[in-house]
Design a protein. Structure first.
Lengths: 413, 413
């Protein structure tokens, strides 16, 4: 093991986060970026837009960590207090930065909007802080020292925050990233965490400096193999050796590594194979297509028929009345006809289909909520699988979509 | 203003959260549930699966807050240390709870799985703690006192955590909810935060105890009107009066309140009108349908054609070669033909369509990334609108889908 590494604290500022009105996606994004850069994020803390709580957190985190990245509370409205509290905690005056004001006026002119008092407020930052220009909005970020920590304050609007982070934060911190650890993440599908853990039992004893971590994401289990060593090269070598051993123990459960996801793997396999894909969805209601198209997909993805009603299954996919009446919309027969119909209607080499009962109600004639059928139609034939998934409506939809991608991976690869 | 209220701290335990590998959806969910119950969530903190950091957070949060709800780190694998650290912080022994062990064995028997050593580990909880049974998984939660706080420890698997929270945490805390504040959230669409803030400027001075909060969610701005008073009835009355005044100032920008979202509003308006809906999507790739069907929708939603390729637009929707060649797939003409084609093919009163350039690449012949057209076809005709949205691919897709829902609201209501 090596000595203490430099640590980063993330501070998310916003009462709406503490009310659960929005997910804290900024913290997730920053944590991932910082981890990839080689930093250890030691804590993520969320506090309300209230001077007392915010001031206490800034003092505590600023004295314990080397870097502090705060987001939120720099907006134009009366509840945005971050700059004022940062000034108070650092014993500085809040002052109007003329460069910031000019940039705000320029941005508004570009948008054809007048300068409002709320906009002008955004140019007020702690005296002597370093300005971090915002190329996408009006609120600039700023950098100021908080006892031990270099503290970056960024706006809460995601795309503005991300742009400032990449343009102005990364260049200032990247050189300090302590590169003495290496992590490999194996992505698995098809087994519960306890089984995955059991297959890897004893692995930590075989490789010096190895720490195993498990992360359950719906039906998937990620296995993180982190190695800390005295050098980056050594850590990497050990991690790669441990990953090879883990892959042997886990076999086909491992579908990918690092940034892989089942939809990403599907995109890659289809491109390698030169196949175009169509889809037909019932209970997933568009989710399967959305997962495919959340990244560029127009080179292989032709389209999907989201056939929620039986009439749509017939109109768009030509599913037969016999199958719908004889077996019901949630059946192996209909799943197969949906996949074959999508493949035919959209002229593709392969098609995926999903039909099921997402819930919370809708169980009928002995078919429970959560029962889903999924199918792949391809030049070699049609395969159908099914399962009954537990969880909420959203979880059932997600499980079903991922099961279809897993079937595709096993079919194509 | 009233005196200090009882506060809740949320502690999320898991190294994967600090690496940005998964979003902290448990904290968002708990924060929303607790807020609805009337509690104030004072802080959300995320710490790694490491005894030292976890112990420090438990001691600090346990001494400052009345309730602590911790999630994560109760799993079967070696990185799960929560129960051991909770025992250490409270000065208790970790002991095997026989009821918990019996419940785990019962759950595994139900699943047809053998008891593994990792499962047995989950029955070890701090001595004298109160068990919170897990009806959906193997890891039970437990309740133990941590200096000031009653501390609930729950598993990190979402549906298990939610079930234990509803069954075992709520009944123990609900009676203590301090009902002396009332909040109304107005949801707006169509104006930037600064303009919304300006329209409401001075409102806080007109209503005693009113605190305004703003939350930007993509193209939407939520306005929170929170009133604290000496009684719940008084707080509620003031908040309702303030909300009426805010609605007058904001006019048609307000599309809803509370739990309303544009997709939810669309579902309600369509049901009221008795219209069935179809959709046709290009750049949103299924997102529009997914937003519609994330809650039950089979009584009005017939289906959607996700026509990613031009060939799919022709095959499923009958979009004309003339429109595609003469104006391009991203055009008002094609948006209109897509909506009309979906309405015709799926036999609905109304249809929404979206086409655009989600990016990051794909701009062509003078059409920039972010340019989107959306249309509604209905018995009274077809309307098309367009805009160029800023942000990432995902953000452009989301903006376009919401713009279509907003057009539907203005058309139907």
């Amino acid at each position: 093991m090596v000595g203490p590494t430099m640590t980063v604290a993330l501070l998310s500022i916003g009462t709406e986060l503490l009310r659960g009105e929005v997910a804290n996606s900024n913290a997730t994004w920053l944590a991932e970026e910082l981890t990839l850069l080689g930093f250890t994020v030691a804590v993520v803390e969320t506090v309300p837009d209230e001077p007392e709580a915010l001031g206490e957190a800034l003092r505590r985190l600023g004295s314990r960590h080397d870097w502090l990245i705060a987001t939120g509370g720099l907006g134009p409205t009366s509840d945005d207090v971050t700059a004022a509290v940062a000034a108070e905690v650092t014993g500085r005056e809040l002052q109007c930065d003329q460069d910031a004001l000019a940039a705000i006026e320029h941005e508004l002119e570009h948008r054809g909007q007048p300068l409002r008092p709320g906009h002008e407020k955004q140019a007020w930052v702690p005296a002597g802080s370093e300005l971090l220009p915002n190329a996408r909005g009006t609120a600039p970020g700023f950098l100021v020292r908080l006892s031990r920590a270099a503290a970056f304050f960024l706006p809460g609007v995601s795309h503005e925050m991300q742009q400032i982070f990449r343009e102005h934060v990364c260049p200032r911190i990247a050189a300090a990233a302590p590169r003495t650890s290496f992590q490999i993440c194996l992505r698995t599908y098809g087994a519960a965490e306890s089984l995955v853990g059991e297959r890897l039992s004893g692995l930590e004893q075989e490789f010096t400096g190895l720490v195993l971590g498990y992360c359950v994401r719906g039906p998937e289990v990620d296995v993180k193999l982190l190695v800390r060593a005295t050098s980056y090269a050594q850590a990497r070598e050990q991690a790669e050796a441990a990953a090879r051993s883990a892959r042997e123990r886990l076999g086909a459960l491992v579908y990918g590594e690092g940034e892989d996801t089942l939809p990403r793997l599907a995109r890659r396999l289809l491109r390698e194979k030169g196949w175009r894909l169509a889809a037909a969805e019932s209970c997933t209601g568009g989710l399967l297509s959305e997962l495919l198209t959340s990244e560029p997909a127009s080179d292989f993805f032709v389209g999907s028929a989201v056939t929620y009603a039986n009439s749509a299954k017939t109109a768009l996919l030509g599913v037969s009345e016999e199958a719908l009446r004889g077996h019901g919309a949630v059946s192996a027969e209909v799943a197969a006809e949906m996949a074959e119909g999508a493949r035919r209607a959209l002229g593709c080499e392969a098609a995926l289909a999903v039909t099921g009962i997402a819930g919370p109600s809708g169980s009928s004639s002995g078919k429970p909520v959560g029962l889903c059928f999924w199918a792949v139609a391809h030049p070699g034939g049609t395969r159908v699988e099914h399962a009954t998934f537990a969880g909420s409506r959203t979880e059932v939809q997600r499980h079903a979509a991922l099961a279809a991608f897993d079937l595709l991976r096993r079919t194509v690869s």
